[in-house]
Write a protein that binds this ligand. Structure first.
Ligand code: G3P
Length: 215
């Protein structure tokens, strides 16, 4: 399973990219707005220089025509830009039209397997089930990944990848991989936590203490 960073913060992207683990980046309007005053195009273009992989840029239109217009504009910024559209029927129309032009899409805000099936049939490059937000409703978000993975696996025509989104903690990363996700997009903090273990810290301390105390 590949790892993407779910952020528009350039420092976080630069740091995680230096670890050699990043295969792409996802952004959304909230994450862009969090980086106060930045220019959308400049930010996406800068991210594309830091990470050699898909960079998701989200449309804000509610109608297919607007999504298509935005998608064509964003796709011209860099070949790695993926157009993010919501899991709606207007989103499906945009996916279908963009796919016919060879432009890849990320169908976001996916909360059930039927949305994922229709997105795939329309030609989505990736589907983004929001596991954390499903968990928030008291339902097991990973079950959604399992269902989509089984449905996609059963249909050899479907090439759509499963991108586990709304990741809240390191356990979500492990469970996403086991459930059949192709990619997990993680907040920087979760990626940092994923590499931490108190026994690793204690082990380093002990090794250093023993090294210093050697005869
Ligand atoms: O990329 C969108 C998704 O990952 C959002 O996560 O934590 O806002 O539910 P969250």
């Amino acid at each position: 399973m590949q790892l993407y960073l779910d952020t528009a913060n350039l420092d976080e992207i630069r740091e995680a990219a230096s670890w050699g683990v990043l295969s792409g980046v996802t952004t959304n309007p909230t994450l862009i707005a969090r980086e106060k005053g930045v220019d959308f195009k400049a930010t996406i273009s800068e991210i594309a220089t830091l990470v050699d992989g898909p960079i998701s840029a989200e449309t804000i239109s509610l109608d297919a025509e607007g999504m298509l217009r935005e998608g064509l504009e964003y796709a011209a910024w860099h070949p790695n830009v993926i157009i993010k559209v919501p899991s709606t029927t207007e989103g499906l129309k945009a996916v279908y039209q963009l796919a016919r032009k060879g432009i890849r899409t990320n169908v976001t805000l996916c909360f059930n397997a039927t949305q994922a099936l229709l997105a795939a049939r329309a030609g989505a490059f990736v589907i983004s089930p929001f596991v954390g937000r499903v968990d928030d409703t008291g339902v097991d978000g990973m079950q959604l990944i399992r269902e989509i993975a089984a449905i996609y696996k059963a249909d050899p025509e479907i090439k759509t990848r499963i991108l586990s989104a709304s990741i809240r903690h390191p356990r979500h990363i492990i469970e996403s991989a086991l459930a059949g996700a192709d990619i997990a997009t993680c907040p920087f903090k979760v990626l940092q936590l994923a590499m931490r273990h108190p026994l690793t810290d204690r082990g380093i301390e002990q090794f250093l203490a023993d090294w210093k105390a050697r005869a």
